[in-house]
Each structure stands twice: as structure tokens, then as C-alpha cells.
Design a protein around this ligand. Structure first.
Ligand code: PLP
Length: 271
């Protein structure tokens, strides 16, 4: 169900001259709950605000988002849910702030069996018109590349120099020689909130960690373990990169992160 800027509706009306609809001029963010409580709400809000500032869009205050989230909880009574926020420029006819709520069911197989990903043929520029920290469909168009590879959980995108960046909706980590590595922000990635938390947790667990610039494809393909991170699912082990590069699921380092993930998140929520 959507919150259309003033009330909850099944199908929101979007004006035909809405620039988000017509030109993709919009921003969005996605958050989720753990034990019914929004995960890192403030950090998601701050990221939305940074995106809004870059795109010269206005967003409602955090307090308003909290009210809408509470309404969503009451209306739907979902145990866990995903909450998407979309913002487009204001038109005279319609409010251009939408929230979308979707039930989130735990998928144990995903974590236990791991997923299969591919490396997309398409590359992304290392100097885009809109910086990669801005969450907008204009950057997210890379997602449509992934859609055509529908069989894969996500598609890994290389930049124009052939360096590993991230998935189309996730960040990527790999383990090599027992060290946990992830492409550096300078590779052209969205600074994922789950990525930051994994780095923090890895430090708490005294794991050796590196944010590495210029990650070559062979480094990823010869890793011992690989996993993805994104808000909706947290940490997702990769069992295979197409066609036949396989990884231990869960490997020792991934398992250490997974075993401590829920407690780490819960502690943050309680804070
Ligand atoms: N990278 C891209 C391109 C994304 O779109 C997303 C999330 O949607 C992520 C990474 C993961 O970010 P987060 O952990 O904040 O969900």
C-alpha cells in the first residue's frame, strides 16, 4: 500500500507531467524493520537528504517519516516490512512524496544456500553525471541491466577500467587469505548502510579488513568467500559467480559476521 503524501491508498495517482514519472527525476531510499523497529532510520534519512540536496528536491522532516512508519505498522501489522520512500518534484496537482510498504518474510534458504550472481557485460562510468551516493533511478537504471539477467540474484558491475564496483542493488565483499575486502568508495559505489555496518562489525570482531581501490575481477573470482550486503536482506552469501566460480557457503569469515549480525543490529536498535 502507498502513502501518497496525505493518506494511504491502494493505487496512488501520478500526474502525467510528474517529472519523476516522465524523466526519472526522482530520488528514493529503502529501509526495513528488525523486530518491528526501523533499521538505521536516521542514516537512511540522512542519505535521502543528501540525495535530495543534490537533486534540489524537498523531503518531509524526519518526524513526519516516523509518523508515517508508525501508521504503516498499525495498518499492516506485518512482523517485518520493507519501506520505500520516493520523492519527485512537486507539481501543482499532486503531492510528490510516496511511501510503499511491503511485507518482508525471512528467507533462510538464501542465507544457508547462498545465491548465484553474474558479472554484467555493461560497465559504469567512473565519473558519472550524478554521483553514485545519490539514490535516484537515473543511477539506478543499472538495475534494468540486471533485470535482463533475471536468473541471477544480482549482477556485479565493473567500472570503465574493469574494476569491481558493486551489485545493482547491493555492495560486495570477498575474503582472500583470511582478509575481508570490499571495493573502496572511489571505485564508484553507493556507500551502503549495511556495508558500513559490516565494516564496523568486522572491526568489533577484530577481523582483518580492507576497503580496496581497483579490485580486479580475478581477485574476486579467486576469493575464498563472497557475500553481498543490502538493507532488505542484510548479509547474503554468494555460492557461485557465473559460470562456475564457486565459494564456500558460509565461509569462516562470513559465518562470523552472520552469527553476530542479529545481536549487532539489535544492540544498535536498542541504542
Ligand atoms: N548499491 C546500490 C547501487 C544500491 O542501490 C543499494 C541499495 O539499494 C546498495 C548498494 C546497498 O545499500 P544499503 O545497504 O544501504 O541498502
Amino acid at each position: 500500500m502507498f502513502y501518497n503524501g496525505k493518506e494511504w491508498v491502494e493505487f496512488p495517482l501520478v500526474s502525467g507531467d510528474d517529472e519523476g514519472f516522465v524523466n526519472g527525476y526522482s530520488i528514493y531510499d529503502v529501509l526495513r524493520t528488525y523486530s518491528g523497529i526501523p533499521y538505521n532510520l536516521k542514516r537512511h534519512y540522512d542519505r535521502l537528504k543528501r540525495s535530495a540536496d543534490f537533486m534540489a528536491l524537498e523531503i518531509p522532516p524526519l518526524e513526519k517519516i516516523k509518523i508515517i512508519l508508525n501508521q504503516a505498522k498499525k495498518i499492516h501489522n506485518y512482523e517485518e516490512f520493507r519501506f520505500k520512500i520516493y520523492v519527485t518534484p512537486f507539481t501543482s496537482k499532486y503531492k510528490t512524496f510516496y511511501c510503499f510498504v511491503e511485507e518482508l518474510k525471512e528467507d533462510v534458504d538464501l542465507i544457508e544456500e547462498g545465491v548465484v550472481v553474474n558479472i554484467a557485460r555493461e560497465r559504469k562510468s567512473s565519473s558519472p553525471i550524478i554521483p553514485y551516493y545519490v539514490k535516484t533511478p537515473l543511477n539506478g537504471s543499472i538495475k534494468y541491466i540486471h533485470k535482463k539477467y533475471d536468473y541471477y540474484y544480482d549482477s556485479i558491475i565493473l567500472n570503465e577500467f574493469g574494476n569491481v564496483t558493486e551489485g545493482t542493488y547491493s555492495n560486495i565483499f570477498y575474503v582472500s587469505g583470511g582478509v575481508l575486502l570490499t571495493p573502496h568508495i572511489s571505485s564508484g559505489i553507493l556507500p551502503g548502510i549495511t556495508r558500513e555496518d559490516v565494516l564496523e562489525l568486522a572491526n568489533d570482531l577484530s577481523l582483518e579488513v580492507e576497503e580496496k581501490a581497483n579490485v580486479q575481477v580475478w581477485e574476486l573470482l579467486s576469493a575464498e568467500e563472497v557475500f553481498l550486503t543490502h538493507t532488505s536482506r542484510g548479509v547474503v552469501p554468494v555460492r557461485r559467480i557465473f559460470p562456475d566460480f564457486t565459494f564456500t557457503v558460509p565461509g569462516v569469515v562470513t559465518e562470523a559476521i552472520l552469527d553476530n549480525w542479529k545481536d549487532f543490529i539489535t544492540e544498535k536498535i536498542e541504542d
